[in-house]
Design a protein around this ligand. Structure first.
Ligand code: MN
Length: 261
């Protein structure tokens, strides 16, 4: 398969190096186009107000058969430029492996998932991969997530994704033999407690730090539930954010008859 691979942790992050190198060594044709630095949590941002640069870099830490390019824009910029300039007809666009999960409401903040969404908007099938690790974890098992990606690619060869659907894949941070299996899930609910912390700088002025502890609702069948139980979570995602039941309710309640005068 011809693969375009991107991420939001930057082109030198271990997750994307492990993913591209693992797949290249399995015989896939891997082209990496990724941000030149970490752009986590930029969501679906694209760069419209300054020029963008795109340059080839030596494969270095990557498997030698990977073609690697850095872009000084966002993950979505990287997908756009990658498809326009480097590899116009990939079989699949992959994003990740992200350092940290993209579960529940992380989806709209995530540069990793947004890059996959950008590919989808441009008419290419895509998958997003994230490892459920934290900074404090001693080991980060990107090799587990890469092996999952390889197996999913094999599955998709026989059972391609429907048009307009991407897969958001989250992998527990454990050695491969300890994975419990795969669950096909729906997007769950993940809220953050204490999202904004106010602190003081040395001059006594306030500054703010946005972070927060995730609070998951572990409803059966959801992505947060699957990963908490040691399973790989595979969520099919599409871009239509319309809430269909409200089409009828809003109309029935007279929203189209609101008088402006
Ligand atoms: Mn990230």
């Amino acid at each position: 398969m011809k693969l375009l691979i991107t991420n939001d942790d930057g082109v030198f992050a271990p997750g994307i190096i492990t993913l591209a190198s693992f797949l290249a060594e399995r015989g896939e044709e891997c082209t990496v186009v990724a941000p030149d630095r970490e752009r986590s949590s930029v969501g679906h941002a694209i760069t419209l107000t300054r020029p963008l640069r795109l340059w080839a870099i030596p494969s270095g830490l990557y498997s030698s058969t990977c073609s690697v390019y850095a872009c000084d824009g966002t993950p979505s910029d990287s997908v756009m430029l990658g498809l326009e300039e480097i590899i116009p007809e990939p079989d699949l666009v992959l994003s990740g492996i992200n350092k940290g999960p993209n579960l529940g409401d992380d989806l709209t903040y995530s540069g990793t998932v947004s890059a996959a969404m950008e590919a989808l908007i441009l008419g290419r099938p895509s998958l997003a991969f994230s490892l459920n690790c934290r900074d404090a974890d001693e080991e980060q098992h990107y090799e587990t997530a890469a092996a999952v990606a390889g197996s999913l690619l094999d599955f998709l060869r026989g059972s391609p994704l429907p048009e307009g659907v991407l897969l958001n894949v989250n992998v527990p941070n454990v050695p491969l033999p300890l994975l419990k299996g795969i669950k096909v899930t729906r997007k769950g609910v993940r809220l953050y407690e204490g999202k904004v912390t106010r602190l003081k700088d040395p001059a006594g002025r306030s500054y703010f730090w946005v972070s927060g502890r995730p609070e998951d609702r572990l409803e059966e069948g959801s992505d947060v539930w699957a990963v908490a139980g040691g399973f790989v979570s595979v969520t099919p995602v599409h871009m239509d954010m319309t809430h269909f039941p409200s089409l009828q309710t809003l109309t029935a309640n007279g929203a189209e008859k609101i008088n402006f005068k």
